[in-house]
Design a protein around this ligand. Structure first.
Ligand code: E4P
Length: 304
């Protein structure tokens, strides 16, 4: 699995790249905003073109940097995608253009498929496109069909939606045990089914309690963000689809582990979550014990 760092903060990108584990970077307008706000807070002026050039250079040749378009109409998205690509790809030959899978907004004039058309157009011109805001396997199928190089399922945001439906207001950065949730739901269903076995199957199938439980604990049949990644990976494998999956919107180390198990090609991970992936209390304890046990004879080897 490749690791991308999910940030637009240059200091974080530089630091993570120096660890030798970074295969690429993903940005979006919100991440750019965070980076710009942080610089402004320090009284620094941001020259955006130079700043993005520096990101591309730092990450290095062949390691994709995703830059997102800001319009929601096909023609504008294509123009913006070309502009971003022509401006920044020459720096290190590593730019991917991020385009949302669906642009529909009920109050606006653009249709559902403006993004899809822009994805096809840019991909057909050989520009790597990272399709963003994927929340369902069907969207990932369309992204691949349109020729995208990358499909980004937003695992964390799907989890947020399911937790909200269930009325669970845990901190969204904390690991949420969806496997346990599935077992709870199954146990509830079994109990309900056991007590109603004398009823007709059709009555049982439509029983309010059953449908309620089933509907609440998932989003359109997807029981968690990691399950979304898993289902996309299964579909892509069946049809030998070349589009690479970028598990995105990951909020903690356990989610990264589960995304890897689900078969993602790439995980894009916030800086502090990469740090979290390294931490373990027994590792900390072990390092203390090893340091305390160094005998002078052994230390001597390292003396100048
Ligand atoms: C990366 O491509 C995504 O834009 C990012 O992971 C979104 O993360 P968030 O849902 O935590 O904002």
């Amino acid at each position: 699995m490749k690791i991308f760092v999910d940030t637009a903060k240059l200091n974080e990108i530089e630091e993570a790249c120096s660890w030798g584990v970074v295969d690429g970077v993903t940005t979006n307008p919100s991440l750019i905003k965070k980076a710009v706000d942080a610089l402004k807070e320090k009284g620094k002026k941001v020259e955006m073109v130079e700043y993005i050039e520096e990101i591309c250079r730092t990450v290095g040749k062949g390691k994709p940097v995703s830059l997102e378009v800001i319009s929601l109409k096909t023609e504008e998205m294509i123009k913006e995608g070309l502009l971003l690509y022509e401006k920044f790809n020459p720096v290190a030959d590593n730019v991917a253009i991020k385009i949302p899978i669906c642009t529909y907004q009920p109050e606006a004039t653009q249709s559902h498929y403006e993004g899809l058309k822009a994805i096809s157009k840019l991909s057909s011109q050989g520009i790597p496109v990272n399709v963003t805001l994927i929340m369902a396997p069907e969207q990932a199928i369309l992204a691949a069909k349109a020729g995208a190089s990358y499909a980004s399922p937003f695992a964390g945001r799907v989890d947020d939606l399911i937790r909200k439906k269930l009325g669970i207001s845990s901190n969204k950065e904390e690991y949420f045990n969806f496997k346990l949730l599935a077992r709870i739901i199954q146990a509830k269903l079994n109990k309900h089914l056991d007590s109603s076995l004398n009823q007709q199957i059709s009555t049982l199938y439509q029983a309010e309690q059953i449908t309620l439980d089933l509907e609440m604990a998932n989003d359109q049949g997807i029981s968690s963000g990691v399950e979304l990644v898993k289902q996309i990976a299964q579909i892509y494998q069946i049809y030998r689809i070349k589009t690479e999956i970028i598990a995105a919107s990951l909020r903690n180390a356990q989610q990264v582990r589960e995304a890897a198990q689900a078969g993602t090609d790439i995980s894009t991970i916030p800086f502090k979550v990469i740090e979290q992936m390294l931490e373990h209390p027994k590792t900390m304890e072990g390092i203390k014990l090893f340091s305390a046990d160094v005998v002078p004879e052994y230390r001597q080897i390292f003396a100048k």
